[in-house]
Design a protein around this ligand. Structure first.
Ligand code: GLN
Length: 498
């Protein structure tokens, strides 16, 4: 049974249906791996092994009684940004070191209703602010492909846990790239859906107009399996939108059945020179272009499009996201929510020290930047101006999509860098150049693996779709994966048996 952790979600679903293994066996297999190997990568903050075992046993009984939910008994894990009733929910912060949520996030409820079993809560950058998981109060996370490298962030725990073979799939959240960039760094597929597609209820807010939950897995089809129970309208989230409910796995199966040897005939892939500018690593550039050439060989047409200069997009994001964060994080004051300092002298001392001691340096930096941008004297010059530029960024995407069906780019300008590089904040922000425009425009996008650098580090290709086109993105990546094997390469840790 040593290979169970390398099976695709589809294989897990059919294996359970055909009684090749039970959910309890599967769950035990993953728990054993986590217990033996997670000390190397620190991907989990909280384990829920005992409840997982009980749920697996219950899932096996339900299946024996005829329950046909496909995902019944399939293990997964949640990024620690999602509230889980009765289970510690830290958001990677000391501020929430003892917060046991009294309720479940909507997606947590829906994934449980689909029958999936959560093995625990995954490490992340503090309050999802960061790109390499180094801001977590619970320690850095190592990349299973190379332990000296970062896994990306902020969903670094989600990506490293999957790449290590600890869970087949995991949830993530993406405000400016936090699903796609760690997927790229860890050789996975990860999708950020259209803004409004997935409920934000119970997902701890970073920048509410940008935040969106999504799924990570090894393949596009793995992502489709987990995304399915996550999507849908939720009356408890005012920005959740009522829209047609697709069946992602069915759409993938239909597309595969119809695909000939040129599955992408008629597909126009937009490529923008703005996404291939200065700062792009030469090997990432090469692997991305090779993937585009493969798409062409398989029938796609490459068309040139223009999008907003990524530097402008970067400045806009790093104005708006901290502004929203400064407002969202004001609730953590040691009174209403969060860590409270010892022996406060008075109320001001309580607020000041609780927030200074409870938040790490990156979160404090964002709160300062955001508060400044929203302050009376600077509001028009910074916040309002950034909102106007956001409108223009959306328009540029709309114009580009007049001439293409999807837009492709590198997911990140580099492969995973060394933890010891200890990037200064501004350099780290630069790593987000290709992913943040998508969030500002509310578009869906995924990252898919397209090969390894000479140092054996994974590289991702980003595919951006029009609003509500998750199915097209997943299907496109899936058909590509039918003709390539990048998604079938495994990290050093995944190859270890225990
Ligand atoms: N790296 C980006 C930031 O720090 C994006 C984070 C995210 O998507 N949550 O803001």
């Amino acid at each position: 049974m040593s290979e169970l952790h390398l099976l695709s979600t589809q294989q897990l679903v059919t294996g359970l249906q055909d009684k090749q293994f039970s959910s309890l066996e599967l769950t035990e297999h993953f728990i054993k791996r986590i217990d033996a190997l997670d000390s190397k990568i620190n991907s989990f903050i909280t384990h829920t092994s005992d409840t997982a075992r009980a749920q697996a046993q219950a899932a096996d009984e339900m299946r024996a009684q005829g329950d046909q939910r496909p995902l019944l008994g399939v293990p997964m894990a949640h990024k620690d940004i999602f509230c889980t009733q009765g289970v510690l929910t830290t958001c990677g912060s000391k501020m929430l070191h003892n917060f046991v949520s009294p309720y479940d996030a909507t997606i947590v409820t829906n994934i449980a209703k689909a029958g999936m079993i959560s093995l625990g809560k995954l490490n992340m950058d503090e309050f999802a602010m960061g790109s390499d998981n180094s801001s977590s109060y619970y320690g850095t996370v190592q990349n299973p492909w190379n332990l000296e490298r970062v896994p990306g962030g902020s969903s670094g725990g989600s990506a490293s846990a999957i790449a290590a073979g600890f869970v087949p799939v995991a949830t993530g959240s993406d405000t400016g790239g936090s699903i796609r960039q760690p997927a790229s760094f860890c050789g996975l597929t990860g999708i950020k859906p259209t803004y409004g597609r997935v409920s934000r209820f119970g997902m701890i807010a970073y920048a509410s107009s940008l935040d969106q939950a999504g799924s990570l897995g090894r393949s596009a089809k793995d992502c489709a399996y987990l995304l399915q129970p996550m999507v849908g309208h939720d009356p408890r989230d005012a920005t959740s939108i009522k829209h047609d409910m697709p069946d992602y796995v069915q759409d993938i199966n239909d597309a595969e059945a119809q695909a000939g040897d040129k599955p992408f005939a008629g597909l126009r892939i937009g490529v923008a020179k703005e996404y291939f500018g200065a700062g792009l690593d030469a090997e990432v550039d090469k692997l991305t272009r090779a993937a585009l050439q493969k798409y062409e060989e398989l029938g796609a047409t490459i068309v040139e499009v223009n999008i907003t200069d990524p530097e402008i997009t970067l400045a806009t994001y790093y104005m708006l996201a901290p502004a929203e964060a400064s407002s969202n994080l004001s609730r953590f004051d040691g009174v209403r929510f969060g860590y409270r300092c010892e022996n406060p002298k008075d109320l001001i001392d309580l607020y000041t020290r609780s927030r200074s001691e409870g938040f790490g340096p990156e979160v404090q930096r964002r709160i300062l930047m955001g508060t400044y941008a929203l302050s009376a004297g600077y509001f028009d010059a910074y916040y309002i101006k950034a909102q106007k530029v956001r409108r223009l960024i959306i328009k540029d995407f709309d114009d580009a999509f007049a001439n293409c069906d999807v837009i492709a780019s590198p997911t990140a300008p580099t492969a995973a860098y060394k933890l010891s590089e200890n990037l200064d904040p501004a350099t780290m922000y630069l790593g987000d150049v290709y992913t943040i425009g998508v969030n500002l425009a509310g578009l869906p996008a995924l990252s898919q693996p397209v090969g390894l650098t000479s140092e054996g580090l994974p590289v991702g290709l980003q595919l951006i779709g029009q609003h509500w086109q998750e199915s097209q993105l997943l299907t496109t990546a899936h058909l590509f994966q039918q003709h390539t094997d990048h998604h079938l390469q495994h990290s050093a840790i995944a190859k270890e048996t225990v």
